[in-house]
Design a protein around this ligand. Sequence first.
Ligand SMILES: Nc1ncnc2c1ncn2[C@@H]1O[C@H](COP(=O)(O)OP(=O)(O)OP(=O)(O)O)[C@@H](O)[C@H]1O
Length: 815
Amino acid sequence: MVRGHNLDNRWVVPYNPYLLKRYNCHINFEICSSITAVKYLYKYIYKGHDRVAINIRDEGSPSTVDEIKNFRDALWVSAPEAIWRIYSFKLSKIYPSVVPIHVHLPNKQLVTYCKNKDLRCLLDEDNLSHTMLTEFFKRNLYDNNARNMLYREFPENYVWDEKARHWHERKNKRAVGRVVAVSASEGERYYLRLLLSHVRGPTSFNDLLMVDGNSCSSFRDSAIKRGLIENDNAIFLCLQEATLYEMPFILRRLFATLLAFCEPVDVGLLWKTFFKPMSEDFLCHISLSQEECVSATLVDIKCFLESMGKTIDDYDLPSISFVVNSSQIPRDILEEMAIITPTEDVQSINSLNLEQKNAFEKIISSVNSAKHVAFFIDGPGGTGKTFLYRAILAHIRSRKDIAIATATSDVAASLLPGGRTAHSRFKIPLEVNHSSVCGIRKQSGLSQLIQLAKLIIWDEAPMSKRLAIEALDRTLQDIMENNLPFGGKVMVFGGDFRQVLPVVRKARRTQLVDACLVRSYLWPNMEKIILKENMRAKKDQDFCSFLLQIGDGVGSETEKNIIQIPKEMLVPYIEENLSKEMLINVIFPKLDELSEDPIYITERALLSTRNSYVDELNDTIINKFPGIAIVYHSFDNAVDENNTNYQSEILNAMTPNGLPPYKLILKNNCPVMLLRNLDPANGLCNGTRLICQSFQKNVIHAKITSGQYVGREVLLPRIPMFPAENDGFPFKFKRKQFPIRLSFAMTINKAQGQTIPYVGIYLPENVFSHGQLYVALSRGISKSTTKVLIKPNSECTIPGCTKNVVFREIYEDMN
Ligand SMILES: Nc1ncnc2c1ncn2[C@@H]1O[C@H](COP(=O)(O)OP(=O)(O)OP(=O)(O)O)[C@@H](O)[C@H]1O
């Protein structure tokens, strides 16, 4: 109570007494975290000087003050200025001085002189032409130490003497350099600044113009040749480089990818130029006429475009004169009928273990008797769920019946022949609620396909929100025109609740659990089939029971979720870098000798909790990996900014979730992971693993090493990418880069569903979500080939102990 008023938190304005005293003004205190800080710090400071709205008027005249306008005019002065002051103050605490360094074009030095000075004398003053930049060049000619630095790093080690106009070595006081901003509209000066931000130790302007022994005509040209800015011709060059591989089929897919993702301006010209290399396989066919070759090439491109969600009619391409398929059967059904069943899947029916066999027979007998049952196959990681689905699919499809295969994630879907994500297959809306339905029209081909299907499989169902599965239930009832669960279809859901649960942003534990399938009205009516025998780690029963303990969270309640990892699996923590090196050496031994062996590379991976740890590990391993490093820089822009105030180095320094890095360093035979769904129906989806085979400036030649398209060769172009909508970017950020990142190491979530015979788990922090530790450990096949490095922390002080997060209430709901 203050003076008769009841006050609470709402009456308290956060403030910082130190800043108030120092600046003697009113400053509200706010925590400005994440990327929003960049906007505040770098945008507003360019807006201009302090301004105050003043209105002078006669005392006698009527008042015509536009208060709103005045307020708006002066509004921005206070907040951004205060922020800039705080920022400068903070910076000055960390770095005693921030040195602005200048950039000028050759012979365009800025000269300041007294207005009474005789210009002839001025011209004789040689010193005046010496600038920070020219003296930087000169120093690089004889100083080995200087030659390792970028221009902006120079002030950290050298001090600019304004009087003598030269750099001398810095003795004390730390400082950082800030190259003054140059707008892209300034042309050559902008490109010069860009070159200075990337080229170490240049000795002259001419030196910056030299690329691969040739002198470029402009700084822009040099920046293009060094891959620092995009060539206007990038798409053309990409296709031109791709023709070197002489693989028409792969070239057609690349052509479709470029149309679908890169929005080329003149599609007609591209078609004319590259028709021949794209159709070489058809042209060699003696029986095909020129016109038929054109049609065959276009049909192939059309199919690729359709699987990428586009239609060929949207592009300026010739029309297909020879109709290859004139049947009335909808495309969805034709595609499904065309799925090739691998022979090993048919044979695998005979090698099912007892549990799998029982499950197989139960499901097939339901299909045969058209008895509407929804099964749930509950099996810990490695019990052969995928193996079983493949056997079921093979059996039904070999009878020429339709079985639809889906999974929650792209990677799991790519493990099933003809597999698609459930969201894309059933057109489930991204935002689902209690009354959502899928976007399938009743007269559509997809609706007919569903009516014909004998069975629908949905793998990794525990990773999906229950509302999505409920939306499918409602839709199937509508399509089948009945009130039976899932419209009376035989459904096979499967998965493992010990593994990662649905992603619900910023959700609390109760909300997360509530989003799970076990809380759905559908769950009690599902027939549960339990698989127990771990086929992945069959040879190490001890490891299997250890995994189950981790998955079930056994004993974790009494010990605050802290568990002990068996000694034989541990890499001792001595010191961070040393221990990391040990972990890398255990998982990737003899990297020098075996780097060219694709089996060696694909059988191994390191897993960690966050992208930042994964990036560090990848950087270390690619340095050790033999071969010449190829560096691809991305082209970054702030797309919707009216005043493009973001300097390129700020944009380049960001790596939002799911985007490749600015500086992608690759070597021949190194493993990478795809970051976008380029062509899921043909094995190129988010999470697909590949091995780099060779590199051109605008195209990368790689081979798929995971999923059902193992061994297929692909050509990857640079494509524009954007961060996820909910990533909290204050502006629209676009990065054009090859959609891949190194995959010596990956996040635990990305590894779900994969078998990794030699797996190293790096835990610099405790795991933080349900099932994370279990997913990581259950990728392995035995204790001796699964290694864990744990950095001790305040919660886990005993060496080899770490936290396990398990929401046990889910298991209670399951029963
Ligand atoms: N009956 C079987 N005979 C031989 N190998 C099998 C059998 N069942 C499964 N496997 C093998 O065991 C490994 C794990 O199987 P699979 O990937 O199907 O398990 P999963 O339950 O889907 O695992 P996760 O939940 O981790 O995705 C695979 O290498 C698979 O080929």
